[in-house]
Design a protein around this ligand. Structure first.
Ligand code: ZN
Length: 228
C-alpha cells in the first residue's frame, strides 16, 4: 500500500471518529409507525452555521418564531438570530446585491436555521405533509439549508406579497393567480432572483427557498443561543 493511501485512510478514520463523537443517531418514529435512524448533530464544532449579518450587514432579520406572530402564537425561538450554512449565506448575499441594484428591494428574513426540537413541536401542531416536514426526516431549515423570506423596499418597508408568513392556504402556492398584478410581480422578482443565484423553491410556500440537495447536510439540534 502506498504511503499516500495509508494517509488518506487515516484521515478518513479520524474524520469518522470526530463525527460520531459530536453527533447522534436517534431512533425516530415515522408516520407509518415504523422507526428509522436520524443522524443529528449535537455539538457546536460540527454545526458550521454563519450569521447572515456577516454576509449582509444591513439584513432585516425578523424571525417570526421568536415572536407571537406565527402558527405557534407564542415565541419558540430564544433569539432573533438568522443562521444559515455558509454556502447559503454567500448566495443570499449575491441575491440581495442584485435586488438592491436592479429592483430597489431588499431581503427580509422570517426564518433560517430552526432547531430540530422546534420541528417536533411544529409537526405536533400541524401534522400535514407538504406543509410541515416530518421530524423523522427533518426540515431543510433544521439543516441550515433553507430560509423563509420576503422583500422590502430600500427603506425596509415590506412590499405586498400574496400572504403573510405561515399562511397555509392555497394562496401561498406559487401557482395561485387570483392576485393583483403588482403582488404577482413581487412574488416573481423574488423567485427569479433566488433561482438566478442557484436556490430552489417549493410549490406550496412562496416565501421558502433552499440549497439544492439539502439532504447532504445533517439535521442539527442546538438552541440558537448556544451556537457561536
Ligand atoms: Zn421554509
Amino acid at each position: 500500500m502506498k504511503i499516500n493511501t495509508i494517509f488518506k485512510i487515516l484521515i478518513a478514520i479520524t474524520l469518522l471518529f470526530s463525527i460520531t463523537t459530536f453527533a447522534d443517531y436517534v431512533e425516530v418514529k415515522m408516520p407509518s409507525g415504523k422507526t428509522r435512524k436520524l443522524y443529528i448533530v449535537k455539538d457546536n464544532k460540527l454545526v458550521e452555521l454563519v450569521n447572515i449579518k456577516n454576509y449582509i450587514p444591513d439584513a432585516i432579520v425578523d424571525m417570526k418564531y421568536a415572536t407571537k406572530d406565527s402558527m405557534f402564537k407564542k415565541p419558540v425561538y430564544t433569539e432573533n438570530k438568522c443562521l444559515v450554512k455558509k454556502e447559503l449565506g454567500e448566495k443570499l448575499k449575491k441575491a440581495n446585491e442584485i435586488l438592491k441594484k436592479k429592483y430597489k428591494k431588499r431581503i427580509k428574513f422570517w426564518d433560517c436555521y430552526r432547531p430540530w426540537s422546534v420541528q417536533k413541536i411544529m409537526w405536533s401542531l400541524y401534522p400535514k405533509k407538504g406543509y410541515v416536514a416530518h421530524p423523522a426526516w427533518g426540515s431543510n431549515h433544521n439543516r441550515g439549508c433553507a430560509v423563509d423570506i420576503t422583500l422590502t423596499d430600500l427603506d425596509g418597508k415590506e412590499v405586498n406579497m400574496p400572504t403573510k408568513f405561515d399562511d397555509l392556504s392555497k394562496k401561498a402556492n406559487h401557482n395561485y393567480q387570483k392576485l393583483p398584478k403588482k403582488v404577482k410581480e413581487n412574488r416573481w422578482i423574488l423567485k427569479y432572483i433566488m433561482k438566478k443565484v442557484g436556490l430552489n423553491s417549493i410549490r406550496s410556500e412562496w416565501w421558502h427557498y433552499n440549497l439544492p440537495k439539502p439532504k447532504r447536510y445533517p439535521v442539527i439540534n442546538i438552541k440558537l443561543e448556544d451556537i457561536k
